[in-house]
Ligand binder design. Structure first.
Ligand code: ADP
Length: 249
């Protein structure tokens, strides 16, 4: 893989908590345009890796780069501006606002602007058009005028995707996107992730292995804070070390 094919890269990424090595010497390359999943048994270090990559934690050692730029010491609040967005981080859903209004607020936050600027009807109309495109993209067209608080759980998640997409991420980081979802919603969100991955890169931590199998181009399996195996689902699921790591806990 050439450097320009890699959107996110970690080299020797290590995190020590007091005396405990939660993540040890992890190398990770996320290919541009791919859906990449991190899996592993409980306590493997997935959340810690995710928090390191999204700058919620500072590594004890190693480096992280995004689009070739070293972001190792960069603050979490600054990486979104580079095009690397952690879903559900910035995108709170306001229950008393409609679906469309929620997306408009996300667009307004991205653009900044003072109070008078936002009182202009022309500006609001322009943002409504863009917000509506995001609403359509996540399949919520029929719900644009509904209060966010009245949406089903799965549709609320779809709305969170829309508000996240309003930030125009190049790389979207998803922390257990299927957590707490019913099967019907899992199918809907899987289809949505596939659709939005057409022109974005996605890195996710996900427990649901059939979702991982269905969506991922590449999977990194972690165990005891280290990379145990890497490859497509077929490769990693047949790897005896991976089977042992999952069964042995
Ligand atoms: P996973 O997400 O794969 O379940 P985690 O990254 O949450 O794994 O945890 C990896 C290991 O690091 C676990 O043993 C956990 O107890 C430990 N750990 C995580 N966060 C902390 C912390 N803030 N302080 C001490 N130990 C931690």
């Amino acid at each position: 893989m050439s450097d320009t094919d890699v959107i996110l890269s970690a080299k020797g990424m290590t995190k020590q908590f007091a005396g405990f090595m939660a993540v040890k010497d992890v190398n990770l390359d996320v290919k541009r345009g791919s859906i990449h999943a991190m899996i592993g048994p409980n306590g493997a270090g997935k959340t810690t890796c995710f928090n390191l990559l999204t700058k919620f934690l500072q590594p004890t050692a190693g480096s992280i780069s995004f689009n070739g730029k070293d972001i190792t010491t960069m603050a979490a609040s600054d990486i979104a501006r580079l095009g690397m967005v952690r879903s559900f981080q910035i995108s709170a859903v306001f229950p008393k606002l409609t679906v469309l209004e929620n997306v408009r607020v996300a667009l307004q936050r991205r653009r900044g602007g003072n109070f008078d600027f936002w009182r202009s009807q022309r500006v609001l109309n322009q943002f409504d058009e863009e917000a509506m495109r995001r609403v359509e993209e996540v399949g919520l067209t029929d719900f644009a005028g509904e209060l966010a608080g009245e949406l089903s759980y799965g549709r609320k998640r779809a709305l969170e995707f829309a508000t996240t997409l309003a930030l125009e991420p190049e790389l979207l980081l998803l922390d257990e996107p299927m957590a707490g979802m019913a099967q019907e919603d899992i199918e809907r969100i899987s289809a949505l992730i596939k659709r939005i991955s057409a022109n974005r890169t996605i890195l996710m931590v996900e427990h649901n292995l059939s979702v991982v199998a269905d969506l991922s181009d590449k999977i990194t399996v972690l165990a005891r804070g280290q990379v145990l195996a890497e490859g497509d689902y077929e490769t990693v699921s047949n790897d005896p070390r991976v089977i042992e790591a999952y069964i042995g806990v």
